[in-house]
Design a protein around this ligand. Structure first.
Ligand SMILES: Cc1cc2nc3c(=O)[nH]c(=O)nc-3n(C[C@H](O)[C@H](O)[C@H](O)COP(=O)(O)OP(=O)(O)OC[C@H]3O[C@@H](n4cnc5c(N)ncnc54)[C@H](O)[C@@H]3O)c2cc1C
Length: 304
């Protein structure tokens, strides 16, 4: 582990009134509930605070990892080298800019944004109801479900770059693809987005949201910690079906298990470590490649 001097960062956090935790356990910040510690986790409460934090990281060569709701990450048991910038509850504004356009800060939970859209009778975001991420994480990943993706509704994304400068990316420059966006490559931190939705019927919107949530509860092992689908959908196949056909449902290494309810999910069944989960990911990949000739790629992002 590299040794970093966090004194200036703590002072910035105190000056701006941002929450911070020293030697934070990543188990408390990830839905897998695994992983080691990081020397400092800061939750910026404004874009200007974030900008100062990034300037200090840039000037003092301190590596940073961005974390949203931690619902698509697996943190190494050795922890994270560098600080974690946690974009969560403290960046939480949502406003209606006009009849069909919403501005939303990156720390807002997707579910909260979906409810805001439905309260304003706006349709187009129902697909996202039940995805347990932050708005920033959902844009970074171009999260999607049931035929919809963030790219269908997001028009502008506001960020702070590595040097602490504010900026925005819009339209095609967002480079959305299957579970990817421009932010996967530029390392900037998303602070807010604009979404363009359509006026709809509130009862129908609510009904759709409830229907999709019901499907999740029926099909997904929500009673166990996980990071959702472990693997990306390989072209022409479904990862879960391939894994099931290889007889891997219920397969367990250490405390990590291939869910019996949905083979596409690896779950933290019994006090798993991140190493258990990584070993099971490798085992599943190897088995599916040997038996089916299909290479699975993790959707879950490994942080170290
Ligand atoms: C039960 C369950 C069901 C799920 N269902 C779905 C589903 O249906 N569809 C789907 O697409 N996903 C699904 N997921 C995965 C996950 O919820 C989504 O990928 C979600 O969008 C991740 O958001 P997050 O805030 O948790 O991101 P995190 O897990 O915190 O981070 C994910 C990546 O985004 C980066 N990141 C996060 N916030 C920012 C930011 N503000 N600026 C820049 N980079 C950032 C991180 O560095 C990391 O690389 C599911 C997960 C679970 C646990």
């Amino acid at each position: 582990m590299m040794v970093i001097d966090i004194t200036n960062l703590k002072n910035i956090a105190i000056e701006f009134g941002c929450k911070f935790v020293e030697n934070a356990s990543m188990k408390d910040y990830t839905t897998f509930k695994t992983g080691g510690n990081c020397p400092l986790l800061i939750s910026p409460n404004s874009v200007s605070a974030l900008s100062e934090i990034l300037k200090e990281c840039n000037n003092s060569n301190i590596p940073y990892t961005t974390l949203g709701n931690g619902s698509n990450v697996l943190v190494s048991d050795d922890g994270i080298d560098g600080i974690v910038i946690h974009i969560a509850d403290d960046l939480n504004k949502i406003t209606l800019l006009d009849e069909t356009t919403i501005f939303c800060e990156a720390g807002v939970k997707l579910g909260t944004l979906c409810n805001f859209a439905s309260e304003n009778s706006l349709t187009g975001l129902e697909f996202a109801f039940g995805i347990p991420g932050s708005v920033g994480g959902a844009v970074f990943m171009n999260a999607g479900a049931y035929g919809g993706e963030m790219k269908d509704v997001v028009t502008k994304v506001y960020h702070v770059d590595k040097a602490g400068n504010e900026g925005l990316i819009s339209g095609d420059n967002l480079a959305f693809g299957y579970r990817t966006s421009a932010y996967e490559h530029n390392g900037y931190i998303i602070t807010g987005i604009e979404l363009s939705l359509t006026k709809g019927n509130q009862a129908e919107i609510k009904e759709k949201m409830a229907e999709l949530l019901g499907k999740r509860k029926d099909k997904q092992p929500l009673e166990y910690p996980s990071a959702g689908s472990t693997f990306k959908r390989p072209e022409g196949y479904f990862a879960g079906a391939l894994i099931e056909e290889c007889g891997l449902k219920g397969n367990q290494l250490g405390g990590a298990r291939v869910s019996e309810k949905h083979a596409g999910f690896i779950i933290n069944y019994d006090n798993a470590t991140s190493t258990d989960i990584l070993n099971l990911i490798d085992f599943v990949k190897e088995t599916v490649e040997n038996e089916k000739g299909v290479l699975l790629t993790p959707e879950v992002r490994i942080l170290r």
